[in-house]
Design a protein around this ligand. Structure first.
Ligand SMILES: [Zn+2]
Length: 558
């Protein structure tokens, strides 16, 4: 079930301060923006200077540039809500009337907000709305007539970002002097101040929206995404965008991504061929094979090619082959000078989520997702087989310890302790892994769970993941399968690559692990630090707590 269609917080009790005739009254641009309908803003430290437990309107001081930044969002048709923890209410430091006076003053200075959502509780209350719980984000989305995944939240501490991610929204951290360094390191999206956050929100929104449609209609588009299953899966939304604007889509992928390519909607034909300048363990370049690939690409008869890459990969060698194949409309992201190889040379700042990075290239090539197709990962229904009947009812937790890159895998010893902790907390655990990971899955499952190591191919794994209540996994393909099924993810994310680019996309997520570890940004395939400390220090109880935050209960439901 997609997270957009359900709301586990319907009966919870965030206090909603919305004026009826304002809620949801923001103009909806036509066509609907691809990414966001609404921006949610933390109050203290984000919109206004943090005056602890302030009940005095006279002490309201907006942060620099706030009014103009908010007006830019309003002018772009985005709806605005404030989402704020005010435990001072629970503690009796100020009254509801004083708080409303403060909010009236905020609106006097910063303009109207479409909704105010306040958590009046204290940490000890265990409510579902106090950030980092996602309740306020869900409630705000509902007030604004949208879904959490179409919201972006701006806040100044880790709790704000965590609440956004746990709801499946995007989260931007704007640090202040009180923001802790590890909160900054853990955030996938950081801006220097509120105006900069707003500028980047609007830039990302604009970047996936084509300025002009393709000059000529596209009959056959050749799209390219080499590398692993995860790489192919995160390119899915962009490939659907191209498919919306082309009569036929041919996908060139590598052998490691083939199983994922078979799962993507919008693809009419697949060409599988390794690219020695992309493959992490390439064989020598075989001139005959390259000539054969060039001839095969020429035979596609594409009138447009869109070459998708990760930020550390070059599109240019393939662009040369495409020129040799006489394809004359070629688009790619390239920081390197492309000379005559590209017709559309696209640039993307570091840190943009891979699916959006790819969507922005599709937009540069003239394509956008059609209305009604959300920019989420999706799989072809007909490509996912029925789930094996012997696994019992849906609602189990999938624990996937492995990864093609060991630096991004959950250490087996930790996975074993997580399996035990989850089982003791009442979760049914399925341990998944490839045929080459059977020794690990057997060991992990022995601590609690059913061992499915080697029992599924990627499509079979997608079927199992789709009926899970949550997936516990490192930064690897199954995290993206979970995102494609709308299944919440507890992400044991090694910081070897940026979380903002590779974290589970638009699905409720809790990130665990030490994002300041020395492996950070090394892109290492095997951990360069003895003991794999970024993940091995995770406490299994953090995983149990994360599932609670994601509203996944141990009774099998969620
Ligand atoms: Zn609350």
């Amino acid at each position: 079930m997609r997270q957009d269609q359900e709301d586990p917080y319907q009966r919870r009790s965030a206090q909603v301060y919305a004026v009826a005739d304002r809620a949801g009254s923001g103009s909806v641009a036509s066509p609907r923006p691809v990414l966001y309908d609404a921006v949610l803003l933390d109050r203290d430290g984000t919109l206004i200077e943090d005056v602890p437990y302030n009940g005095d309107p006279e002490k309201v001081r907006p942060v620099p540039g706030a009014r103009a930044a908010l007006d830019r969002l309003r002018a772009a048709g985005l709806r605005l809500a404030v989402v704020t923890n005010q435990s001072g209410l629970a503690r009796g430091y100020f009254t509801g009337a004083q708080m409303r006076a403060v909010h009236a003053r905020v609106e006097e200075l910063l303009g109207r907000f479409d909704a105010w959502l306040v958590c009046p509780h204290d940490d000890a209350d265990g409510c579902a709305c106090r950030k980092p719980a996602p309740g306020l984000v869900h409630a705000a989305a509902r007030e604004l007539g949208t879904t959490a995944s179409r919201c972006v939240l701006v806040g100044d501490i880790g709790r704000d970002v965590a609440a956004a991610l746990a709801a499946g929204a995007a989260g931007v951290l704007v640090p202040t002097p009180v923001t802790r360094p590890e909160e900054i390191a853990a955030a996938g999206w950081v801006a220097t101040d509120l105006p900069a956050a707003v500028a980047e929100i609007l830039r990302r929104q604009q970047a996936v929206q084509p300025a002009v449609p393709p000059a000529e209609p596209v009959r056959t588009a050749l799209v390219v995404r080499s590398d692993s299953a995860g790489d192919v899966l995160v390119t899915g939304p962009a490939i659907r965008a191209v498919a919306a604007g082309a009569q036929r889509v041919v996908l060139l992928c590598g052998p490691r991504g083939r199983a994922a390519a078979d799962l993507l909607p919008g693809v009419d034909e697949i060409i599988e061929h390794p690219l020695p300048w992309i493959d992490p363990t390439p064989g020598p370049v075989d001139p005959g094979a390259i000539r054969g690939l060039t001839a095969r690409l020429a035979a596609v008869g594409a009138d447009q090619a869109v070459v998708f890459t990760s930020f550390h990969q070059s599109a240019l060698p393939l662009a040369l082959l495409l020129r040799m194949a006489e394809i004359d409309r070629i688009a790619a992201i390239s920081d390197d000078y492309p000379g005559a190889l590209l017709d559309i040379r696209h640039r993307v700042p570091v840190g943009v989520p891979e699916p959006e990075r790819a969507l922005s290239l599709a937009a540069a090539a003239g394509h956008r997702l059609p209305d009604g197709d959300e920019p989420v990962l999706r799989l072809r229904r007909d490509a996912v087989p029925p789930r094996p009947a012997d696994l019992g009812d849906p609602g189990y937790v999938v624990l996937h310890p492995g990864s093609a890159a060991s630096s991004r895998a959950c250490p087996p010893e930790l996975a074993t302790r997580i399996a035990g902790a989850l089982t003791r907390a009442g979760h049914r655990v399925l341990v998944t892994g490839g045929a080459d990971e059977r020794a690990v899955t057997a060991r992990v499952a022995a601590a609690g769970g059913i061992d499915l190591g080697g029992r599924t191919d990627l499509a079979g794994l997608a079927a199992i993941v789709a009926d899970a209540s949550a997936v516990v996994v490192g930064n690897t393909g199954p995290a993206h399968l979970a995102a494609a099924a709308g299944v919440p993810v507890v992400s044991l994310f090694a910081p070897t690559v940026p979380f903002g680019q590779w974290g589970p996309y638009r699905v409720p997520t809790v990130r665990l692990g030490d994002s300041t570890a020395p492996c950070r940004d090394t892109r290492a395939a095997s951990c360069p630090v003895p003991g794999h400390p970024c993940l091995s220090d995770v406490d299994p109880d953090e995983v149990v707590d994360a599932l609670r935050t994601l509203a996944v209960s141990g009774g099998g439901g969620r």
